[in-house]
Design a protein around this ligand. Structure first.
Ligand SMILES: Nc1nc(=O)c2c([nH]1)NC[C@@H]1CN(c3ccc(C(=O)N[C@@H](CCC(=O)O)C(=O)O)cc3)C=[N+]21
Ligand SMILES: [Mg+2]
Length: 303
């Protein structure tokens, strides 16, 4: 049986090309403002790739980097100002926020029509009731990969590992809307492998390097890896990539490798999988661009 690599970078390029011509036809420049606090490494990758994508597409991107000591109240005032600013179409508050900040309060302050992350309760509610909305970028990217790769969700057994508000829950909602039969597994799930081995489509968003192993996967399943983990332990790198000369070379050069939540040995028994990097992450950026253009069109048309 052969295994297909679902090339997120190529699919993202296709989507970005579509968006680029849409932006050119607009007659104004959509604007995305990102509030970034602190130095989380995944956030740094995200910001770098987001800025690049905005430049490619002709979207104006503004970055605000407040001191890590900023209070919840100061952040709320900042968001209020952006809500009122007509040149701002999208607002993204990069997570995680510092511990002293009330994340829920902050996310709820973003105007739903500028909420390009799709995290506001209004948008979550709209998604769960089947109304058009701004939907979270990573889950939307997962659905887009399946669609554009011709992978049928109709009647399929889909298992999601992870129940976060950002990935697990919304992707389960979207798969349900696409007529899959969905099981959500999480840290308290008993007999996890019994669930995962039934999956035609397995989506993993748990944040643990190589967590899903070959014995947990039904041969021929489609594997969607949402994790982005940096691994530097030699034994661990060897266990996952010992027979992958290219990755071992990267490890020798950099002292670490980036990998997802699924072990490469599990990919080998699948019919198709998303690699890390170059899979779901690439789509996350493309869907953020999509949401920014969508938010601009909707809000400006409503005026
Ligand atoms: N409010 C908020 N929304 C987010 O969506 C959000 C966030 N905060 N905080 C940080 C995480 C992380 N995240 C990434 C998305 C894409 C890549 C990405 O571009 N990955 C590429 C490149 C990887 C690489 O260059 O090493 C890939 O997977 O192929 C990375 C990380 C979004 N996040
Ligand atoms: Mg999750």
């Amino acid at each position: 049986m052969s295994t297909r690599i679902l090339d997120g970078t190529a699919i993202a390029a296709e989507i970005k090309a579509e968006l680029k011509s849409q932006v050119e036809a607009l007659g104004y420049t959509p604007g995305l403002t990102v509030i970034l606090i602190g130095e989380d490494p995944a956030s740094a990758i995200y910001v770098r790739n987001k800025v690049k994508a905005c430049e490619e597409l002709g979207i104006r991107s503004v970055e605000i980097r407040p001191e890590t000591t900023i209070t919840t109240e100061e952040l709320l005032a900042m968001i209020d100002e952006l809500n009122e600013d007509d040149s701002v179409d999208g607002i993204l508050v990069q997570l995680p926020l510092p511990k002293h900040v009330d994340t829920k309060k902050v996310l709820d302050a973003v105007a739903p029509e500028k909420d390009v992350d799709g995290f506001h309760p209004v948008n979550v509610g709209r998604l769960s009731t089947g109304q058009d909305s701004l939907t979270p970028c990573t889950p939307t990217g997962v659905i887009e990969i399946l669609k554009r790769s011709g992978i049928a969700t109709e009647g399929a057994e889909a298992v999601v590992i992870g129940r976060s508000d950002i990935v697990g829950k919304p992707v389960a909602m979207m798969l349900t809307a696409a007529n899959a039969t969905v099981t959500i597994c999480h840290g308290r799930t008993k007999n996890l492998a019994e669930h995962t081995r039934r999956a035609d489509i397995l989506v993993v968003a748990i944040g643990k390097a190589g967590f899903v192993t070959a014995d947990m996967v039904k041969p021929g399943a489609v594997l969607i890896d949402v994790g982005i983990n940096r691994v530097s332990d030699a034994a661990e790198v060897n266990r996952f990539f010992g027979d992958d000369a290219k990755r071992m070379e990267t490890y020798a050069k950099r002292g670490s490798v980036v990998m997802g939540d699924i072990a490469p040995q599990a990919f080998a028994v699948s019919s198709a999988y998303t690699p890390v990097p170059g899979g779901v992450g690439a789509l996350t950026i493309a869907m953020l661009m999509h949401n920014t253009v969508k938010a601009a069109k909707l809000r400006r048309a409503a005026k």
